[in-house]
Design a binder for this molecule. Structure first.
Ligand code: APR
Length: 243
């Protein structure tokens, strides 16, 4: 019987896609591509002005289509050569998938999916389509982006929490972990499980190995290290920085 692979859980956020040119609202003084978050990413915004919300996400989708996975996305996918890997991302882009990761859970939804505004179980792959006013689900309701807006429940959170509890190593990359409930995931793994944080501006607020570098620069070296040395002995991680 083959030995069970060790499980690495990656918690990723906006920073992992930054080097692919994708912006979030925290990049620019609380505005997201010149919009207030309340005007484009809340249930209230949807109730007030569906056309604005649809246009906003259509533009984001076009931007993401034009972006490419960076060295961090691609390196993370290589971990699958030796480990079971689950990527739990707050990102709505598909750059982990296009970078080669095979098991990606999107906590905050997926920009390339639409869903019924009345029945959240009715999901549709958008492919190269966008969403416009008058585009309806099979039950006759307007389609909306499959995105978890501020103030909405995060239905994938319990699944993500359960997965993180089975981790043998957690890598946090490109997320400030300020937004709940994703912020709770960093401590969902058992106490003895090591955490590696990759973020140039990380605060040292949880016990972890901190690699304060852009993900695209340091991730290939980190992944090489883990593939070669395994996850038991992280004591030489510091040497990555001087390479
Ligand atoms: N490599 C690694 N980390 C980076 C890089 C980079 N090249 N560039 C920026 N960062 C870090 C920043 O220092 C910051 O700590 O990425 C982190 C991004 O944090 P946030 O902007 O708070 O993004 P995120 O944690 O993904 O936000 C969570 O909030 O914007 C909403 O719903 C949206 O899913 C998003 C959620």
């Amino acid at each position: 019987m083959s030995e069970q692979k060790q499980h690495i859980v990656i918690l990723s956020g906006a920073g992992v896609s930054a080097e692919s040119g994708i912006k979030t609202f925290r990049d620019s003084d609380g505005l997201w591509e010149n919009h207030r978050v309340e005007d484009v990413a809340t249930p209230g915004a949807w109730a007030r002005d569906q056309e604005l919300v649809l246009r906003f996400y259509n533009e984001r989708r076009q931007q993401i289509r034009a972006a490419e996975p960076n060295e961090a996305h691609k390196a993370l996918a290589l971990l699958e050569e030796r480990f079971k890997v689950t990527v739990i991302t707050q990102n709505i882009d598909d750059l982990h998938e296009r970078g080669g990761s095979s098991d990606v859970l999107h906590l905050h939804g997926e920009i390339f999916k639409a869903r019924s505004s009345q029945n959240e179980d009715l999901l549709y792959e958008l492919g190269d389509q966008d969403i416009y006013a008058g585009d309806l689900c099979e039950q006759g309701s307007q389609l909306r982006p499959h995105i978890v807006w501020f103030g909405e429940d995060v239905p994938m959170y319990p699944v993500a929490h359960e997965i993180t509890q089975t981790a043998d190593l957690v890598i946090v990359v490109g997320t400030s972990l300020q937004v709940q409930p994703a912020s709770f995931l960093a401590s969902a793994a058992p106490y003895h499980v090591a955490r590696i944080v990759v973020d140039p501006k990380a605060e040292a607020d949880v016990p972890a190995f901190y690699l304060r570098y852009p993900a695209g620069e340091i991730m290939p070296a980190l992944v090489d290290y883990l593939l070669q040395q395994g996850i038991e002995d992280l004591s030489e991680l510091d040497q990555l920085i001087s390479q």
